[in-house]
Design a protein around this ligand. Structure first.
Ligand code: Z5A
Length: 209
């Protein structure tokens, strides 16, 4: 059985993940790879329904524990329905956010206990880890301006106070410090072209390992 690889693009809000991941997808397809582009929250029909519930501003009463478990439920579905079958078929899975986001947002930003967050994540994916997490690092104030510039309304999580988003950003940097071989931090405050170039260098280095 062939084993594919999983590349995650994650990081600060509005840092450019969705734009950069499309450039990575194009590069990989042009290089002859079979690619599955996916995202969290979302990625499967069930996951996309959960995404709507999680991000909707119509759910201000959602508790932190419910939010954590909904991310976990979506991830459990995502890994079984889409990620593992794609990797087993030798494909490259590219995901816009994955488990590092849960540690950053639900542990570092929300303040939920690390072991609790880890236990929900472990229930969803066990010992599975993506091969590399490309983290786009940006001051969340700049990121939110970019999201607004795109013409989009802020979702339930983006509407949290700025300290929440600052703590989430720090969460990614802490995770990268703890497991440097699984993370590549890219400064997303520079031009989009430079960010994409750096992301592609990381991907190429990873493919050549
Ligand atoms: N979340 C969580 O709490 N726990 C979890 O386990 C998971 C997620 C998985 C939804 O994520 C929320 O869920 C998120 C974390 C939480 N919320 N918060 N807070 P999301 O990924 O769907 O939403 P997002 O983080 O807000 O991403 P986004 O708005 O889609 O932004 P983006 O993908 O990073 O950026 P973009 O759309 O590619 O770019 C934004 C704009 O900036 C666009 O107009 C670009 O053309 C422009 N841009 C991009 N790069 C540049 C540069 N370098 N310079 C200038 N302009 C740029």
């Amino acid at each position: 059985m062939n084993k594919g690889i999983m590349i995650v693009c994650d990081g600060s809000n509005g840092a450019g993940k969705t734009t950069v991941i499309k450039a990575i997808e194009k590069f990989l397809i042009d290089s002859g790879h079979e690619v599955v582009l996916t995202r969290e929250p979302g990625g499967t029909p069930i996951g996309e329904k959960l995404r709507e519930i999680i991000l909707s501003k119509e759910n201000p009463e959602m508790t932190d524990l419910t939010e954590l478990m909904l991310f976990g439920a979506g991830r459990a579905q995502h890994i079984q329905e889409k990620i593992i079958p794609s990797l087993n078929a030798g494909k490259i899975v590219l995901s816009d956010r994955f488990d590092a986001a849960t540690f950053s947002f639900q542990h570092y930003a929300r303040g939920l206990d690390f072991d609790l967050v880890k236990s929900v994540n472990d229930l969803a994916i066990g010992s599975f880890k993506p091969d590399i997490n490309i983290i786009l690092d940006l001051d969340p104030k700049v990121g939110l301006e970019r999201v607004r510039g795109r013409g989009d309304e802020l979702d339930r999580l983006e509407d949290e106070d700025m300290n929440f988003l600052i703590r989430a950003r720090e969460g990614y940097l802490e995770q990268a410090k703890a497991e440097p071989s699984l993370f590549a931090i890219i400064d997303a405050s520079v031009s989009l072209e430079e960010v994409i170039n750096k992301a592609l260098i990381t991907v190429k280095n990873h493919l050549n390992k």
